[in-house]
Design a protein around this ligand. Structure first.
Ligand code: NAI
Length: 317
């Protein structure tokens, strides 16, 4: 059976092994595929694997042999699920493989915002300590996490993992989520959206991007936040109105932000957040530890094996 990986590079830039997949099917693996190359590259394949390459009605119509689409990620918005259903094409995804890595990255951003390890190391290497009149110096407010209030919007796998780590730091944890279920969380307070914005010292976004959550963080809600507060986003870029956030940061109406995702990725050179005050940005890498990518690869292979055995798993369509 023939299979094609359309954009395998971010999952496996060379430090993992495609042999599990290659043992199951005759496999053509491409690092990246442009939209106009999809049909030619996937022609004759019953199995197509994609991370961010779009498979819409048009591609499916032009690939009559296609039986299975394996998404190399959790989000399946790149697939036209109605079109797949109409053609009896099975679609699977990989849930929850990156939860510990994303939670860790939330704290990497939070610790940089509150202690500035990277920032101070750069200053030391630039000679500032050698030339300091004192035995110690610091260039940004040094903030203790213990006793600070972290606000979480969304309380699924990642939100819960962040809450557990925050409790280990002795932080107060406020949660706003669509379906609150306080059972088993005695040390977490479930609150309204307004309360989470107005009370958080650090607000972290962990809800999916939907019509309801698009621009959830807008000028009105940013104005409700404490000027000393930090905003962290490892969810999805469009959760935030980026122009409003850049204005709030530049006006010092917010102390800082730590973002792993932007509304357009890679961003345009004129994205206002690239030049905004105290705005840390990482290039959508929260998921990308080797351990998480290995779990992703293992599940991708298991999904294909399950499809071939006639009992598909992790079905989304
Ligand atoms: P999940 O599906 O386990 O949890 C989502 C939570 O959001 C649930 O508690 C749900 O009830 C809540 N929610 C849904 N709509 C809401 C609304 N309108 N208001 C408030 N809460 C709402 O998802 P998980 O695994 O915790 O991931 C969260 C998000 O993190 C994902 O949707 C994805 O966008 C992002 N993500 C980012 C990664 C990165 O590398 N930066 C990697 C993996 C996920």
């Amino acid at each position: 059976m023939k299979s094609t990986v359309l954009d395998g590079y971010t999952l496996n830039p060379g430090d993992l092994d495609w042999s599990g997949l290659q043992s199951l099917a005759d496999c053509s693996i491409f690092d990246r595929t442009l939209p106009e190359q999809v049909v030619q590259r996937a022609q004759g394949s019953e199995i197509v694997l994609t991370n961010k390459v779009v498979l819409s009605e048009a591609e499916m119509a032009a690939l009559p042999g296609l039986r299975y689409i394996g998404v190399l990620a959790t989000g399946v918005n790149v697939i036209d699920l109605d079109a797949a259903r109409k053609r009896d094409i099975i679609v699977t995804n990989v849930p929850a493989y990156s939860t510990p890595s994303v939670a860790q990255h939330v704290f990497a951003l939070m610790l940089e915002l509150t202690r500035g390890v990277g920032r101070h190391s750069r200053l030391v290497h630039a000679g500032h300590w050698v030339n300091s009149p004192d035995f110690a110096f610091w260039d940004s407010p040094q903030i203790e996490l213990a006793g600070q209030t972290v606000g979480l919007i969304g309380f699924g796998g990642i939100g819960q993992s962040v809450a557990r780590i925050a409790r280990a730091f002795d932080m107060r944890v406020l949660v706003h989520t669509r379906t609150p279920d306080p059972q088993g969380w005695p040390q977490v307070e479930f609150v309204s959206l307004d309360e989470v914005f107005s009370q958080a010292d650090i607000l972290s976004l962990h809800c999916p991007l939907t019509e309801d959550t698009d621009h959830l963080v807008n000028a009105r809600r940013l104005a409700m936040m404490k000027p000393s507060a930090f905003l962290i986003n490892t969810g999805r870029g469009p959760l935030i109105d980026e122009i409003a956030l850049a204005k709030a940061l530049d006006a010092e109406a917010l102390a800082g932000a730590g973002l792993d995702v932007l509304s357009k990725e890679p961003p345009a050179a004129d994205n206002p957040l690239l030049a905004a005050k105290n705005c840390l940005i990482t290039p959508h890498l929260a998921w990308a530890t080797r351990a998480a990518r290995q779990r992703l690869m293992d599940t991708v292979v298991a999904n294909v094996r399950a499809f071939l055995s006639g009992s598909p798993q992790n079905l989304v369509s």
